[in-house]
Ligand binder design. Sequence first.
Ligand SMILES: Nc1ncnc2c1ncn2[C@@H]1O[C@H](COP(=O)(O)OP(=O)(O)OP(=O)(O)O)[C@@H](O)[C@H]1O
Ligand SMILES: [Mg+2]
Length: 217
Amino acid sequence: MLDIQNLTKTYSSAQEHIAVLRGVCMYVSAGESVALTGESGSGKSTLLHLIAGLDEADGGSIRIADTEVTALGDRDRAAIRRDRLGLVFQQFNLIPSLTVADNLAFQSRIAGRHDSRWQNELVERLGLGNLLERYPEQLSGGQQQRVAIGRALAVRPPLLLADEPTGNLDEATADDVTDIALDLVKRTGCAFLMATHSTRLAARLDRKVRLSTGLIS
Ligand SMILES: Nc1ncnc2c1ncn2[C@@H]1O[C@H](COP(=O)(O)OP(=O)(O)OP(=O)(O)O)[C@@H](O)[C@H]1O
Ligand SMILES: [Mg+2]
């Protein structure tokens, strides 16, 4: 589902060049969950941003299903992001002016893939039933994160990307949210790549890869 070959990315400023990714190769199959680990600054977020098409690589290729995203321009990458990717970041990025119900449905409506039965199922599984009319600022961190996961899965994406999704949550809540996400990932059969510093959470996923000195080991 996700196939990355020889991916390179260097950040340059007047003073220095930082080669963050120096030839990353990795693969995530449909239905597989993979933890992306590595020290702070090792390039995990950089890699997720490139996969999501939010930034451009210097070299190498990224394929999502049958599409080579590294060959696309900004507009097409945005369309892939909208239609095929679920994204969950540490800052939940919920839309403050929309209720929980509308936040959940936002991406799937824009993508023309809204499915109210599936949304109701997500609401039930994520325990959001009595929060639907609330606004994000009226939710706890764990509740906001569950909404963010629901929104990401509402389009039934073939690939779910998460960057430290539970970094702001206490251990018990982080475990709970991760387990719900894993359960939903299994049910939709999507591929799941999650950057995390936590060995405890990484162990809950099918497999672990590590970024170090710009390479995956
Ligand atoms: N826009 C940018 N411009 C210049 N350098 C950047 C930029 N974004 C990231 N970097 C540098 O690239 C390296 C990798 O950063 P990245 O955020 O990908 O690491 P990370 O593994 O996600 O770290 P963390 O675990 O702390 O989130 C760091 O040295 C960082 O300073
Ligand atoms: Mg990061």
